[in-house]
Design a protein. Structure first.
Length: 462
């Protein structure tokens, strides 16, 4: 068959060639006359629905694990979140590309960028996000100025979602003199449990939103629970509702409750219910102003919690509840800010640096399973498809050590005593207690665990 087809082609060319050659040469075409029009470029993202929203509100229930949200929704304990979901959808969001803690989680959530662009690596390793990178600044630039849209952040944490500069932190430490500290060289407000909202002395450049805060109409960050920050959210919405607004509302309660009581506790669930109560108040305010149908709501978390634990060293379970009907699937944290900008008509392909997130719209993307690289492991250490290699980054290893320290620190005073120390640590307690004062600070605990890991001892992080 193939030979016959080839022979037919040769016969056609033999017959047609003379007649083609005999034809008179035609007048050369004018420049561009016979050129095919260039193919229209394939858009990198789907077109947003017609009619941009008037407003958008991004809400963070800090540290509220996906599985607990699922549990409380099933028990109908989160009626207002359920109402938002009924008008839109509930999606799974994964935390990827950085350790699962507050600072990098919220930096990604409010920029759509990775740690390489934001400079916010972990709660201890960070610098101010460069100017112009947040969704607030992008929206102002797109709409033509700060007077075109009101922007504000009101948070329940002081440091991890903060905007203080070096001088602000220095003043804060001076004001903390005489108050209860959290170990050597560090301090925190007494309201926040160990690990929840630490301030490190000597911050040289400033907190993540230090360079952002001056571009906003309101930047208000402090350590406070939902009962205090909720009314501030409503007050700020009332003051800045016109001509349109982009708001970030933050609740610290789930994270604080998880650190203090564990994610298995009644208090952890009550914290989520408190967040839902204030979500209901926001929805009620929007409906009362006739703004609900013109406002997109995105409710999510920056990270989950480790199973049955007081910390979140490896807790990628986030989620998204939204009334945005354009959202069709889940993704990563950075996809949410990308979706918000896209819904307002911002050309994502024009932004620099390029976002790592994409709109959560259109066909559900195929799940790409990447096999772990490296040597094959036996059954005991075998990785499931798509599982990351067990070798932790320095940031992840540090977060795991901090999580173990918090679990040992039963009274939350920032120190681990011999009585609080795990049984395996008690035998080596004197060696870990570098200054022999009878207590282990986080720094001493971390140094000891790293030294054991370097020697290949039982204390090595796995």
């Amino acid at each position: 068959m193939r030979h016959a087809f080839s022979l037919a082609i040769l016969i056609f060319l033999a017959v047609a060639a003379p007649s083609l050659a005999a034809q008179e040469p035609s007048t050369p075409p004018a420049p561009g006359e016979n050129e095919k029009p260039a193919a229209a470029p394939v858009p990198a993202f789907p077109a947003p629905p017609a009619g941009a929203p008037l407003n958008a509100i991004l809400v963070s229930w800090d540290g509220c694990d996906r599985m607990v949200v699922w549990e409380l929704l099933a028990k109908q304990k989160l009626p207002y979140l359920g109402g938002v979901i009924r008008e839109g959808s509930l999606q799974e969001i994964e935390v990827k590309g950085h350790v699962t803690v507050t600072k990098p989680g919220h930096a990604e959530m409010l920029t759509g960028l990775g740690i390489e662009q934001t400079g916010v690596i972990s709660n201890a390793d960070f610098k101010p996000i460069p100017q112009g990178f947040t969704i607030f600044e992008r929206m102002q630039d797109f709409l033509g100025g700060k007077d075109k849209i009101r922007t504000f952040m009101v948070t329940g944490k002081l440091a991890h979602v903060g905007g203080r500069g070096p001088d602000d932190v220095k003043t804060w430490f001076e004001n903390q003199k005489g108050k209860k500290g959290r170990g050597k060289g560090r301090a925190r407000k007494s309201e926040a449990p160990e690990g929840a909202d630490d301030t490190t002395e000597g911050q040289s450049l400033g907190e993540p939103f230090y360079l952002t805060r001056n571009r906003l109409d309101v930047f208000d960050a402090d350590q406070r629970d939902a009962g205090e920050v909720g009314p501030l959210h409503l007050k700020t919405l009332e003051e800045l509702q016109s001509p349109r607004f982009l708001a970030f509302l933050h609740y610290s309660d789930p994270d604080h409750a998880g650190h203090k009581h564990s994610c298995d506790s009644r208090e952890y669930r009550e914290a989520a219910i408190a967040c839902d109560f204030w979500l209901g108040k926001v929805v009620e305010w929007l409906r009362g102003k006739g703004l609900y149908e013109k406002t997109l709501l995105y409710v999510m978390t920056d990270h989950g919690f480790d199973d049955h634990a007081f910390g979140h060293g490896n807790a990628p379970r986030s989620w998204l509840a939204t009334n945005d009907k354009a959202v069709t699937h889940g993704g990563i944290l950075a996809d949410v800010p990308a979706t918000i900008l896209w819904r307002f008509g911002v050309g994502l392909e024009t932004l620099e640096p390029k976002l790592i997130g994409k709109p959560l719209a259109g066909p559900v993307p195929e799940v790409r399973i990447e096999k772990p690289k490296g040597k094959k492991r036996g059954k005991k250490g075998a990785a499931e498809p798509g599982e990351q290699s067990p070798a932790a980054s320095p940031e992840e290893a540090k977060a795991r050590i901090e999580s173990r320290f918090r679990q040992a620190d039963a009274d939350g005073d920032g120190l681990v005593t011999l009585q609080e120390a795990p049984e395996k640590l008690r035998k080596s307690f004197a060696r870990a207690d570098a200054d022999a004062d009878g207590n282990l600070t986080l720094e001493e605990f971390e140094a000891f665990m790293k030294s054991r890991g370097a020697r290949g001892g039982k204390g090595k992080q796995r």
